[in-house]
Design a protein around this ligand. Structure first.
Ligand SMILES: [Zn+2]
Length: 81
């Protein structure tokens, strides 16, 4: 499990539609990775802002923008685990 793996599953992780084994792996990564923890927090905030009472939907282009942002963070933080 590395940062990119976590990012691939982050929406499923937040949504809860992920299996227990994968969730455990992501949580153990989050414990030692500040980048992914920060990304998880900000992604959650965005989702709470955009979700209505009943449906869970990402705005158009959200995942592309998130992915681009993550690539930027990854490039800046090559000295981190
Ligand atoms: Zn990470």
């Amino acid at each position: 499990m590395n940062c990119k793996h976590v990012w691939n599953y982050i929406s499923e992780y937040i949504d809860g539609s992920i299996d227990d084994e994968l969730r455990a792996q992501i949580e153990s990564h989050l414990e030692h990775c500040e980048i992914c923890s920060a990304i998880l927090d900000s992604t959650r905030n965005i989702l709470y802002l955009t979700a209505d009472n009943r449906t869970f939907a990402l705005p158009v282009g959200f995942s592309e923008r998130l992915r681009a942002r993550l690539e930027e963070e990854m490039a800046k933080s090559t000295d981190s685990p």
